[in-house]
Design a protein around this ligand. Sequence first.
Ligand code: SAM
Ligand code: ZN
Length: 339
Amino acid sequence: MKRTLLDYLACPSCGGDINLSSVLADDGTEIHSGELQCASCGKTFPIIRGIPRFAHLQDVEQEKQATAESFGWSWQHFSHDDEKYAQQFLDWLGPVQPEFFKDKIVLEGGCGKGRHTRRIAFWGAKDVVAVDLSDAVEVAFASTRGIANAHIIQADIYRLPLRRVFDYAFSVGVLHHLPDPRAGFRSLVSRVKPGGHASAWVYGAENNGWIVRFVDPVRRTTSRMNRRLLFHLSKIPTALMYAATKLIYRPLNRSRAGAKLARHLFYNDYLNYISSFKWREQHSIVFDHLVAPTAFYISRDEFEEWWRDIEATEVVLGWHNKNSWRGFGRLPRGSSDRI
Ligand SMILES: C[S@@+](CC[C@H](N)C(=O)[O-])C[C@H]1O[C@@H](n2cnc3c(N)ncnc32)[C@H](O)[C@@H]1O
Ligand SMILES: [Zn+2]
């Protein structure tokens, strides 16, 4: 943990200031071991292996715990980086572009392995504070270690240990895995200052009826399965998807005549999009779908309501690969009690 993170912290219980009460190991850039303390209520929070810990997995509700454990395992086993991540990230955030991050104070809700965190830091954010509930924070910390403007925190998105000082908050692929996605969204944007911006990317209800019908029942079993076994078993559906994307979707979509035909293929937009992904990435996507105990599919109407609910202006909602929604908007300038 870098000392500059203290500027953004607030007690998750009472909102009080957070001070550094002890430092046990420090390498000059990162505090590796120590303790934080709330100046108002006195609660303490340990810094372990460089990460301030505001949530303990064993203390959170069972549903959140199961989701976080699954993803913690997942990101620790799919900890690789990929050159496609930058474009994929921007596709999830559209219309946001790298220049948007310049000098901004950014909050990332559910950072997983930190693949976006480090990019935002390199794109010139003043600071990016990335939060995740799971052990994925260990991977995120390793990949951002020593980057002066990147900060990793272990915390629950519903109980953010942060002040309302952020210029921009975003969350990709996280909110639909929460027990109450809309409440998670509200909690995230509650740390954005008046007039700041927010983005979210969520699974869509539209066009995903087949997942709800066929994948959800399977997921109920696979999310409880031994993870190593699931890791290997999930190679079977991955092999099918990999073969279909490389041998059918990609070649067809690359020619004008083929693309006309491809439009009628099952789930063409998405499968064409991932057809250039390597095996490991496709395996990670399949594993992700099978390991997550909770997944909601959000309709456009409902997603629009989320943005109305926070009284956002300049809202841009978009269809991504015809199977998910991305949203971007601005918070009202006057502070609102509704958030
Ligand atoms: C599908 S992953 C997406 C990670 C990252 N946004 C990315 O795109 O690489 C979902 C992440 O949300 C995190 N998560 C789940 N529930 C959470 C909660 N209550 N608070 C914070 N993070 C949570 C998981 O641990 C996981 O890392
Ligand atoms: Zn406190």
